[in-house]
Design a protein around this ligand. Structure first.
Ligand SMILES: C[S@@+](CC[C@H](N)C(=O)[O-])C[C@H]1O[C@@H](n2cnc3c(N)ncnc32)[C@H](O)[C@@H]1O
Length: 390
């Protein structure tokens, strides 16, 4: 096994963070290929941990364990069972949940979502890709699924030197997998985004049920209508969904019809930024607006851009709200902290001469664990705000 020696031990690494950056490495003994397992040693030569290496990434090594143990099926079985144990008491009212959330479950580079009897897996790093067989063997043993779909697609793959891949790697199943959440029927679209659905909004979406009775609502960046379905379940009079993915809206229609919401929604295939501007110009107003935009920055380099994006879209949403009205707003951009997000919202309130009162706050559900020692596991911010004229 190749040996990687740390230059020095810092508080972050000592405190349990699994990433070793290029400039934290002193020397390397032995040859390796990118993606191989390596043993990591402290500067004094004592064993520190085991992980996988990739020279293409600034995060040179991602640690899998601090113990000198074998990385085999048994290792993955133990890690996955630990993750399942955490979820047992906390994941409620659904037959779909995230089984493995990468670093949040001490399995960097691996995402596993379960939709009823099916698993959808995502390998985001070369190191984890090389361990695929062991991962899949342990998943088969634990879950005995009807099928495993691999959806390893995204820009992160290219950075690691990997090509996109998607398809059934075990068994077979439908393109749209039915599942239930908060008493509603949903479909995970394997040809859609993420692993098919945005499971991270499950608890936040449930919160909107209490605010939608009799309301005329707008679900901006709707994807397949997760928030829209919850709003209608809460008794919303009507919901308009906006997304620029035509396919997402087709699936949204199917989902809303499956739940008996015929005639209570409108689907608009458009760029949300442009359409909100048009609504504002035409004087169109809503009682409640949901904003769930995509991530606006992949790294700290684009933080300023992301801040501008959030300001712009929240401004436009507040402009099309009746006052008082309700703004449901979220940010999934990891580099935008909750503090920064709140500062942006305060700027929006100043520019629109409104007062924003927090009615509910949310975040990631427990199947997308936030580990305090790994700040990067914390990405989702969510507020339900009362918007009033100042
Ligand atoms: C984070 S997802 C929304 C997830 C959804 N709220 C849910 O809970 O399932 C963001 C969505 O925004 C859409 N989108 C991205 N940029 C857009 C734009 N400029 N205009 C309209 N839709 C956009 C994407 O197609 C995607 O469906």
């Amino acid at each position: 096994m190749p040996k990687v020696f740390l230059k020095k031990l810092n508080a972050r690494l000592q405190g349990g963070h699994p990433w070793i950056y290029e400039n934290e490495i002193g020397r390397v003994e032995g040859d390796y290929e990118n993606g191989d397992l390596v043993d990591v040693f402290r500067p004094d030569g004592s064993f520190f941990g085991k992980g996988y290496v990739n020279d293409r990434s600034l995060i040179r090594v991602r640690l899998l364990t601090r113990k000198n143990e074998k990385i085999d099926e048994v290792f993955f079985e133990e890690r996955i069972k630990r993750a399942l144990e955490l979820r047992k008491r906390l994941v409620k009212d659904t037959d779909a949940f995230r089984v493995v959330h990468s670093e949040g479950d001490f399995l960097p580079g691996l995402v596993v979502d379960k939709y009823r009897d099916y698993l959808v897996v995502q390998f985001t790093t070369l190191g984890m890709e090389k361990l695929k067989e062991k991962v899949i063997d342990s998943l088969l043993k634990i879950f005995e699924p009807a099928g495993i779909y691999e959806k390893s697609v995204g820009s992160f793959r290219e950075k690691e030197g990997l090509q996109d891949f998607e398809g059934w790697i075990y068994g077979n199943g439908p393109e749209l997998i039915e599942f239930e959440m908060n008493g509603l029927k949903f479909l995970a679209d394997l040809k859609g985004q993420k692993t098919g659905a945005f499971l991270d909004q499950r608890e936040n979406a449930r919160m909107v049920i209490d605010f939608s009775d009799g309301k005329v609502c707008l679900d901006v960046f709707s994807y397949t209508g997760n928030f829209a379905a919850h709003l209608l379940r809460g008794g919303a009079k009507h919901v308009t969904l906006i997304d620029y993915s035509e396919r997402a809206l087709e699936v949204a229609k199917e989902i809303l019809m499956m739940n008996g919401f015929e005639g209570k929604f409108e689907l608009i295939n458009a760029n949300a930024f442009d359409l909100l501007k048009v609504f504002d110009k035409d004087g169109k107003v809503f009682d409640l607006v949901v904003l769930d935009p995509p991530s606006f920055a992949k790294s700290a380099k684009s933080l300023e851009n992301a801040k501008r994006g959030y300001k712009e879209v929240n401004l436009r949403a507040v402009r099309v709200l009746k006052k008082p009205g309700i703004l449901v707003t979220s940010s999934c951009t990891q580099v935008v902290s909750e503090e920064t997000f709140k500062e942006i919202l305060v700027e929006v309130s100043q520019d629109t001469k409104t007062i924003l009162t927090v009615l509910k706050r949310g975040g990631q559900p427990s199947d997308h664990p936030v580990t305090l020692n790994i700040p990067e596991t914390n990405y989702l911010k969510f507020f339900i705000l009362q918007v009033e004229k100042r």
